[in-house]
Structures are given as C-alpha cells and as structure tokens.
Ligand binder design. Structure first.
Ligand code: GLV
Ligand code: MN
Ligand code: MN
Length: 412
C-alpha cells in the first residue's frame, strides 16, 4: 500500500479552520457552541461528508464520521481530537488530530485500503474547560466518567446550563444516550501536538505517549470585607485579595516542594470584586489546576492546599470555599496501540520518543473504555495555548502518515 498524505490540502484546511475565530489572527478563540464554533463545526461536517464519511452527532455534540469497514458489526477503530480553542489560543491544539485524522482516512481510501473494522473520526465536544469549567465533557460522557445529571447541571459564566446551551446549538436527545456501549472500540488513537518542548529538544519528530498525567481542578472563593481604601485602617482589614495572594504563592510553593518535575500547579483565573482602585477587595475567585503523573502525589498536593486554605482562613479572618471540579486518575496508553504506532514508525524509518503527556486529552477518558494511545508531534519551543503555537508542515504530515499507517494496522 502506498500511503500519501495530501499535505497541501491538510495545511489549507488548517488555515481555513483557523479563520473561524473570535480573536485577531494569529490568535484563535473558538469557545464551544458559540456562533463561531457552530460555523466551524458545520464546515468540518461538510468536509467529512465530502470525504465520503457518514456523519452523526450525539446529544452533547460529539461528531462521529464513519468509514464503514468490511465487517460493519466489528468494533470500531477510532481517531480524533477537538476543535474548540481556549481564548487567545493557537491553531494547532486539537485541530491537528481532527484534520490529520481526516487526511489519514482520505489517504487510506486513495491507497485502496479496505478496513475490516470501521474507521471513525471523532471530534470531541467541549474538550477545553473554558465554557463549563470542566474539560473533556464529551469524552467524560462517552466513557461514563461523568454522570449525565452532573453534566447537565454545569453552567457557563452567563448562568446557562449545558442542556440549555446544547439545545440552542440544535442538539437534541438525552445526555444518558451519549455513553458508548462497552466494546464499541477496538482501539482509539489521538494525534496531537506535544504542548511541551521535549521532542524539539531531542530533535525527534514523533512521540509515542506511554502515560497521561492526572489532572485536578478547583474553584476557590475567598470572602473578606470590603470598604474604603482610605478609611479602613490596616489592623481592621480582611482583604480577600491579600489572602488570595498568599494562597497563590503557597500553592506554587507546595507544587515546587514535591521534588518531582511532574508536579505542576497553576492559578489561571483571579477575579477581584469589586475591582476598584479605592475599594478594598471583598471577594476573590480563583481557579487552581493541578497535575501529576503520580496520583498519590497529586492527591497529597490537594491535601496540602486544603490545609493551607484552613490556616489562611483563620489567620486572615476570611471565609474560603473550595469546589472540586474534577480529580481524575492518570491513564496508561494501551500496549496494542503503542505497538501499532511504533511498528508504523519503524516501517517508515522514523525515530520516536516514548513520553508522558502532561497535558490532558480526551484519550485520558477514552482509555477507560477502550485501548487508547496517542502520537505527539513537536510544537515550536513547546508553546501551546498561545497565539504563536506552531507545528511545521513536515511534522504535521509525518504525524498524519504514521496515524494513517497505525489505523490501517489496527483495522486490517
Ligand atoms: C488541555 O487543553 C489541557 O489543559 O491539558
Ligand atoms: Mn488545549
Ligand atoms: Mn488539545
């Protein structure tokens, strides 16, 4: 079989998808189910249908585009990723796995390959936590990792529930019906940019993921006492922002103190009320994102943060509420998918690195119900979640070729 990736078409599609954005180029902002995201989804569905795939959407908006195999009843070989993008993002995160997956399927069809198992492109809905606070909603529901009731109660910053938003987006049906039956997948492979610098540093253009780190996130609200910036003397203050500042540094210190490079902690949101120059901050909302490859160490970090919250609350006389948004276990990638990827690399004479994914991905949840694996390509300087995110055309095409070869091996 002679597999050829149509690199020009793939790159042109990548550029076109980046134009569906609510930010000035080169930045991309595509928050799930906004009018812009809806247009992007419609464009993508048309591309899938144009490739001869049969498209369906489930009630949360996961898009499935199927190429029927010789045995349509046999478990499916899946590939895919997401197209939603955080505010001020780049154009490659998720998109490479979606358009690369489509390009891989087109290449297999052009080469005359006939799969035994159906091959299906999956565009996961709402991978990014931007809108509803929790990432990977689509794959959490597909894998039964999140109960439909809990999902439908999530709200965006305008107070709109998942159910209201998805219905406005034209998605009907019950969230109960999103979960896939056990045995749906024979295997699942996700192509993605690394979102870190290791491949580039090792001058290696392919990475096979062994394990995906364990993410957790919290929302913290600090309630102090506001007042006049001139009138309230320092001994009488209960400044919520000063308490938040102390807490943020304590979280950073706790993550640095585990002694493991794999422990990371980020406070990415800090909202201050009332936010006026001459008013003492009365309330602060923070989000905390914690990750580690080791579940016990990640959980210990959560306990440390919890103790700090208690002591800070007493010391600064503020009340602090914590809401745990998610605390997920890490996942090991499946040996059979890793083998398909490494055999494909060898077949084409490409070196690869075995690595950890420190970012989370929908494959973390798909791995709960199917043998799943991931293939990484480098991104310049390891930059991601920023407008100057960049993956080279050669790396994108190489990753797509290895994806196509692996899909062939898994579905033959
Ligand atoms: C995914 O976007 C992540 O935050 O790891
Ligand atoms: Mn992302
Ligand atoms: Mn991603």
């Amino acid at each position: 079989m002679k597999l050829e990736i149509d690199q020009d078409r793939l790159l042109a599609e990548l550029e076109t998808l980046a134009t569906f954005s609510d930010a000035e180029p080169p930045a991309v902002t595509r928050v799930v189910f906004t009018p812009t995201d809806q247009k992007a989804r419609a464009w993508l569905i048309a591309r899938c249908e144009g490739a001869g795939l049969k498209v369906r959407q489930d009630p949360i908006g996961n898009i499935f585009a199927r190429w029927n195999g010789a045995d349509p009843e046999a478990p499916v070989v899946g590939t895919g990723s997401h197209i939603d993008a955080i505010p001020n993002a780049g154009k490659y995160d998720g998109v490479v796995g979606v358009l690369g997956g489509l390009a891989a399927i087109r290449a297999l069809r052009r080469a005359g390959f006939q799969p035994r198992n159906s091959v299906e492109l999956l565009v996961f809905a709402t991978e990014e936590p931007t809108r509803f606070g929790v990432g990977c909603l689509g794959s959490r529901l597909l894998s039964g990792s999140l109960l439909p009731d809990a999902a439908s109660q999530l709200r965006d910053s305008h107070g709109e529930s998942v159910d209201e938003v998805r219905k406005k987006a034209g998605l009907s049906g019950k969230l109960e019906d999103v979960k896939l039956s056990s045995g749906y997948y024979k295997a699942f492979v996700e192509l993605h940019i690394e979102q870190g610098p290791l491949l580039e540093r090792a001058q290696t253009s392919l990475g096979i993921v062994m394990r995906i780190a364990a993410p957790a996130s919290l929302r913290i609200s600090i309630e102090g006492a506001g007042g006049h910036a001139g009138g309230v003397l320092m001994p009488d203050r209960k400044d919520a922002l000063c308490a938040a500042a102390e807490l943020i540094l304590a979280i950073e210190n706790a993550a640095r103190s585990t002694g493991a490079v794999d422990t990371v902690a980020t406070v990415g949101v800090c909202e201050v009320f009332p936010g006026a120059v001459n008013s003492i901050p009365s309330r602060v909302h923070l989000t905390v994102d914690l990750r580690d490859t080791d579940l016990a160490r990640r959980d210990k970090l959560m306990q440390t943060i919890n103790r700090t919250v208690q002591s800070l609350s007493t010391k600064r006389q503020v009340s602090i509420c914590q809401e745990l948004l998610n605390a997920d276990a890490p996942a090991d990638c499946a040996p059979e998918v890793r083998a398909a990827l490494s055999d494909s690399c060898r077949e084409h004479g490409f070196q690869f690195l075995e690595m950890i994914s420190r970012a989370y991905h929908d494959s973390l949840f798909i791995s709960r119900i199917a043998p799943a694996g991931m293939l990484f390509i480098p991104c310049r300087n390891g930059y991601s979640h920023r407008p100057d995110e960049f993956a080279s055309p050669e790396d994108i095409a190489r990753g797509t070729l290895i994806l196509a070869e692996s899909l062939a091996r898994l579905s033959a």
